[in-house]
Design a protein around this ligand. Structure first.
Ligand code: ATP
Ligand code: MG
Length: 608
């Protein structure tokens, strides 16, 4: 039940480079960020200005009885207040915009990257891991960009302006106040380090729990059939107990830290009050200035705490940020070269006018292939297929049949050797060019939530309803579709969960055909349909694939009988190659397989 990808421990140091990079990714928000910072500075200036007004009132207005100046004073006071309201409104508004905007940008970039990444990437990355990159991590990242930066600006401005003002009042007192900041900084560092570590631990556990949820939900049926509920529950309880313990530790640390900081601040304030009070008794300082100094001392500690907080927030958000950035920066292993992109365009701006037509001659030329961290599946594999030939691949489980067609579709690339299409290495043409000419029915077909009509139309969005139905009829999917309550408008559920595997295969077969591909690939497409349906699909294959280069992988040999060529694959090599009749005459592996299966089927018919 443990997730395959553990949360990695990313750098612990605060990294300016990373945040700079994040700013580089979001150029559209730079001007907003700058304005946001300006409003924050203004807020800080206002925070520093208010105590000055109070001093004026205490020292001038009240004792000297300047009643005539009160209206002007009130006007300035109200004006400043309105300015403060405006500044707060503006920075909250801009901060919110930056926050939502940045998470939107990163999700968009992440999603686009996921579309570009090849099959092999998804072999390694569990769905839950990728989901949390685009959801919680993106949110954390954008919160930090929107608010932490502004907190930093505000904090620094208040600290800077406050210190200058305090020095102008009394440099000796100010030095004492500054002395208190030394233990404050030390305490803060001590706690922050520990709090950060335990928060990190919490998040790590959290993502393990999410992973466990994910597996628990996706694998619910398997769990039940294997009677694993008790073990799974126990493992899950261990995880959550651990989570609770760690969370409590994190919370206790915060609970301890805050009172210490508050006390330190109070000590400094008390000292300032005492000293400035004495100075005022000696006539060295007016009452208004005492008020001013004490006010600044109180204000002094808030930004320090704030800045420390923000830094640790940013440090912990850094892990989220790094994960999002690393997703966006994952280089697809299969990439078109710059020359190819320049000529044929990419998936966003394809340059179809330069695309050559695809005839369908295929050649594997001394191809070697292995999956990442896997053993060699194909060694020096060669195969020539003429345009329009129907090829059938048969062979034992794990023989390499799916691998061969995956290479043909360029879901993976050969580790050595070449795959030529119409005589040209397919790496010299764009992926999009090849994949636009391919129809592929996967071994495990996937449908998207939506109606049956939408699912079939997915391969060619401008197809009319009539064309969609024609494709469905061609693969004989229509009878079962019409049997459903809402026909073509039936919702298939998430991932097509409301349909049987056979029905899903029929729909994805129709979907593939609708795109009128030049090369057609069916991987085990008929393994889950009943014999009757299979016979109809076989007929459909016969008509639909006539004159089209096609690869059909099947375990049921009756499906492949009519193929132009049957290749028997074993251990990644072609051990027999010929038509059904030729191979039967040869009395080799195919003949043995066929007679076995045939007898079994006959036996079943007799028994059935
Ligand atoms: N994504 C993958 N990562 C690593 N190894 C893989 C991957 N897919 C397949 N393999 C390995 O490659 C070999 C060939 O697998 P392949 O899927 O091509 O067999 P197959 O002939 O299609 O089998 P089946 O009839 O069961 O579908 C197997 O040993 C398998 O374990
Ligand atoms: Mg397979």
């Amino acid at each position: 039940m443990s997730p395959t990808i553990q949360e990695q421990d990313y750098t612990r140091k605060f990294s300016f480079g990373l945040w700079k990079k994040i700013l580089r990714y979001t150029p559209a928000y730079h001007s907003k960020l700058v304005r946001l910072c300006l409003w924050m500075v203004l807020t800080a200036v206002i925070d520093i200005a208010f105590p000055l007004l109070t001093r004026y009132a205490i020292d001038e207005l009240i004792p000297l009885g300047h009643m005539d100046r009160v209206p002007a004073f009130a006007a300035v006071y109200i004006g400043l207040m309105l300015l403060q309201v405006l500044a707060i409104f503006r920075f909250l508004y801009l901060g919110g915009q930056v926050e939502t905007g940045v998470s939107y940008e990163f999700r968009k970039m992440g999603f686009r990257r996921l579309q570009e990444l090849p099959f092999s990437y998804f072999d390694r990355m569990p769905v839950g891991y990728l989901m949390s990159r685009l959801t919680s991590d993106a949110v954390r990242l954008s919160e930090t960009v929107g608010w932490s930066l502004t907190d930093l600006i505000w904090g620094t401005a208040v600290l800077g302006l406050g210190t200058v003002m305090m020095f102008t009042i009394s440099w000796r007192l100010t030095l004492v106040v500054l002395l208190v900041t030394i233990p404050l900084v030390l305490v803060t560092r001590y706690f922050q380090k520990r709090m950060l570590a335990s928060h990190r631990q919490v998040r790590k556990l959290n993502s393990q729990i999410t992973g466990a949820f994910n597996e628990g939900i996706m694998g619910a049926k398997t769990t039940k059939t294997l009677v694993r509920e008790r073990e799974n529950t126990r493992e899950f309880e261990d995880l959550t107990r651990n989570m609770r313990r760690t969370s409590v530790r994190a919370a206790s640390l915060s609970a301890l830290y805050l009172p210490i900081v508050v006390s330190l601040g109070s000590i400094a304030t008390a000292y300032a009050l005492w000293q400035s009070g004495e100075m005022s008794l000696q006539g060295l300082m007016t009452l208004g200035t005492v008020q001013l100094f004490v006010n600044y001392t109180v204000q002094f500690f808030e930004p320090i705490r704030d800045i420390a907080n923000t830094f640790s927030e940013m440090q912990s958000a850094q892990a989220a940020a790094e994960r999002v950035v690393s997703l966006i920066e994952t280089e697809p292993e299969i990439r078109d070269t710059p020359e190819v992109l320049a000529r044929f365009g990419d998936s966003v701006h394809p340059r179809r006018e330069n695309w050559p037509p695809l005839k369908g001659d295929i050649e594997f030329e001394h191809v070697d292939f292995q999956y990442k961290d896997g053993e060699k599946v194909l060694t020096d594999f060669s195969l020539r297929v003429q345009a329009g030939q129907n090829i059938a691949l048969v062979g034992a489980t794990g023989a390499g049949k799916s691998t061969i067609v995956n290479l043909l579709c360029r879901f993976y690339e050969p580790t050595a050797g070449r795959v030529l299409i119409d005589g040209v290495d397919y790496r010299d043409r764009s992926q999009l060019w090849l994949q636009s000419h391919l129809g592929y029915v996967l071994q495990e077909p996937h449908l998207f939530s939506g109606t049956i009509m939408e699912n079939i139309r997915y391969s060619r969005l401008d197809a009319t309803d009539e064309e969609v139905m024609e494709a469905a009829r061609l693969v004989n999917a229509e009878p079962f579709i019409l049997r459903l309550e809402r026909g073509y408008q039936t919702q298939v559920g998430e991932g097509g969960s409301r349909l049987s595997t056979g029905e899903k295969q029929l729909i994805s077969f129709a979907r593939a055909l609708l795109a009128r591909p030049a090369i057609f690939v069916l991987d085990e497409a008929t393994s889950s349909v009943d014999t009757e349906t299979e016979a109809v699909i076989q007929e459909a294959i016969g008509t639909a694939l006539k004159g089209r280069t096609s690869f059909i992988i099947a375990h049921r040999l009756s499906t492949v009988r009519n193929a132009d060529r049957i290749l028997v694959i074993d251990g990644g090599r072609i051990i027999e190659d010929g038509t059904h009749q030729e191979l039967l005459r040869k009395k080799g592996v195919y003949w043995r397989l066929y007679t076995n299966q045939f007898q079994e089927e006959r036996l079943q018919t007799i028994l059935g």
